[in-house]
Design a protein around this ligand. Structure first.
Ligand SMILES: [Zn+2]
Length: 274
């Protein structure tokens, strides 16, 4: 009889401990600090430290080339799109000293309170100097950036290679689509539009084993049809060349940016709301 009770009691204890273990695990996981805005794991309960923001401002910086232009008079457009590595370094240093932390455009989908000021740093076109010059400087300041890639240009002269892009992705850099061939999206037929937005997304996702949700309009050109197609294909954000600071008022498919030039004064630029 005693043995019977002992066995029954032990069995009850085992059943109780099995029943409890998932609960104790769920409680533990819910108080684990979030690893940041890119953390997509679903906690069983809301994470207490994540305070959702009803109002926010997130500047998005737009860069093209990080290079020294030999003859700025001869190449005026090229010079306007270029920031020297030395000036880029001092711009990043200023951001660091001012208490900025870099986030991906995805942060805008569900902004939470951070202990530093969030900013998005973007590079258009996927030029080679994004790897040779911008990447090492960003790493020095422990910053992450988003690079919008023209997928058909990868591996060609003046552009990054897939190996370089993969190395940057493994470090934690973010990538978005800038179409396959950089056409004016308002001047192409529906089928071409479909292909430009879909193929570039698929190519990036296959090469990087990542889900791609950020987009950048070539030369800032888009219309309502472009936005409808982007949403249909699963994109979540799109940046423009319109000037301004992204906030709770922004349309996620019409995100404004701050154009960075070689002599840009970040303090002044970020103080101007548009
Ligand atoms: Zn472009």
């Amino acid at each position: 009889m005693l043995i019977f009770f002992a066995v029954t009691f032990t069995a009850i204890l085992i059943i109780m401990s099995i029943g409890q273990s998932p609960i104790s695990h769920r409680v533990t996981s819910s108080i684990k600090p979030s690893s940041g805005p890119s953390n997509t794991s679903k906690a069983a309960f809301p994470t207490p430290i994540e305070e959702k923001l009803a109002q926010f401002e997130v500047p998005i910086l737009m860069y093209h080339y990080i290079r020294t232009v030999d003859d700025p008079e001869k190449d005026k457009i090229g010079a306007k799109l270029s920031v020297t590595p030395a000036h880029f370094d001092s711009q990043m240093k200023w951001l660091k000293n001012e208490g900025y932390i870099t986030v991906n455009p995805e942060y805008l989908l569900s902004p939470v309170k951070l202990d530093k000021k969030p900013i998005v740093i973007t590079f258009d076109d996927g030029y080679l100097d994004a790897y040779t010059d911008a990447y090492p400087i960003l790493k020095n300041y422990d910053f992450k950036a988003t690079f919008y890639i023209i997928t058909d240009s990868v591996n060609s002269q003046y552009y990054m290679t897939w190996d370089q892009i993969k190395e940057m992705k493994n470090y934690g850099m973010n990538f978005g689509s800038h179409t396959s061939t950089h056409p004016n999206l308002t001047k192409i037929n529906n089928e071409t539009l479909d292909n430009q937005l879909l193929w570039s997304k698929n190519k990036l996702e296959t090469e990087l084993s990542l889900s791609i949700s950020d987009f950048c309009y070539p030369s800032g050109k888009y219309n309502d049809g472009t936005i409808t197609k982007l949403k249909e294909l699963g994109y979540k954000t799109a940046v423009t060349t319109e000037t301004g600071i992204a906030s709770q008022k922004s349309d996620l498919f019409k995100l404004p940016r701050k154009r960075m030039e070689d002599n840009s004064n970040l303090a002044l630029l970020l103080a101007q709301k548009d």
